[in-house]
Design a binder for this molecule. Structure first.
Ligand code: OAD
Length: 253
């Protein structure tokens, strides 16, 4: 495991002494957290966006142009998400929420259900949930297994052709932004885990939390696009660095 401590002028040996109990923690997670559960990331070498153009499958225009293609793409991802289990990093974050004396809010860009399966309760799915379905005609939103098709009829409005995965596409507004902004301006520790920092608004959360006075830490396989905005960075696999960091926080608390 490669651990890179980015606090200017502070030797690694004094890191334990730097840790203080934080009262309000906000955690942002991304695809790297679920990678070791077996779900593909987006921008790594063999990631999802190396195989398919996001403009063809992850925009409202793509769904209007070719709904079958979009639904096929998400049906595969819905099936994959149903086949995997939370890993040690999801479990560690759930343990942090349960055992830490301060508040812990997890905001995930991931549409898989692995945080909740690991036991995390104070959770926001910023980019939606792949195992739910949203009716484009009336906004009805329901959990639903199985494949989606253009023939599927909405239980509420009775229309077909609009049943889509309840995920946020490029060009759409991510969910629960007011609640997230409020939490970011009040937190004193912000953790960003397993995300490349390429997609806004999530990529801007570190700046928002930092401007409000929070200590900001990146835990990722490699430096993200926003690395210079963080006070501290720990680089390695999520299943190794996240449980170790959670242990450190729980000891401090
Ligand atoms: P990315 O694929 O852009 O970034 C994943 C990050 O995880 C990369 O920086 C990897 O280095 C890191 N990573 C890979 N394996 C890891 C591991 N085992 N442990 C720790 N880190 C690891 O995914 P996101 O940043 O989540 O949005 O992508 C953000 C958004 O872009 C997604 O929510 C999705 C996508 O397009 C929409 O579809 C709207």
């Amino acid at each position: 495991m490669f651990i890179e401590q980015m606090i200017a002028g502070v030797p690694s040996s004094s890191i334990e002494a730097m840790v203080i109990p934080f009262e309000r923690i906000v955690i942002l997670t991304g695809a790297g957290l679920s990678a070791e559960s077996g779900l593909s990331t987006f921008r790594d070498k063999d990631g999802i966006w190396s195989k398919v153009r996001l403009e063809d499958v992850a925009t409202p225009e793509a769904f209007a142009r070719n709904p079958e293609k979009v639904l096929d793409f998400y049906n595969t991802r819905r099936n994959n998400a149903g086949d995997v289990k939370p890993n040690a990093a999801h479990v560690a974050l759930s343990r942090l929420e349960a055992d830490y004396p301060g508040s812990v809010l997890t905001v995930t860009q991931n549409v898989d259900p692995l945080h909740e399966q690991a036991g995390t309760k104070n959770l926001i799915h910023l980019h939606g949930e792949i195992q739910k379905v949203l009716c484009n005609h009336c906004g009805h939103r329901i959990p639903r297994g199985g494949d989606l098709s253009v023939d599927l009829v909405c239980d509420r409005c009775g229309n077909s052709g609009g049943m889509r995965p309840d995920v946020v596409w490029f060009g759409e507004m991510p969910y629960h932004m007011e609640k997230i902004h409020a939490a970011l301006t009040q937190c004193d520790l912000f953790l960003s885990i397993g995300t490349s920092g390429n997609v806004y608004p999530a990529a801007g959360f570190v700046a928002e939390a930092g401007a409000a006075g929070a200590h900001t830490v990146e835990l990722n396989l490699e430096p993200s696009a926003g690395i210079s905005s963080f006070d501290e960075a720990i680089h390695g696999k999520a299943t190794e660095v996240v449980p170790a960091y959670v242990d450190r926080l729980l000891k401090s608390g």
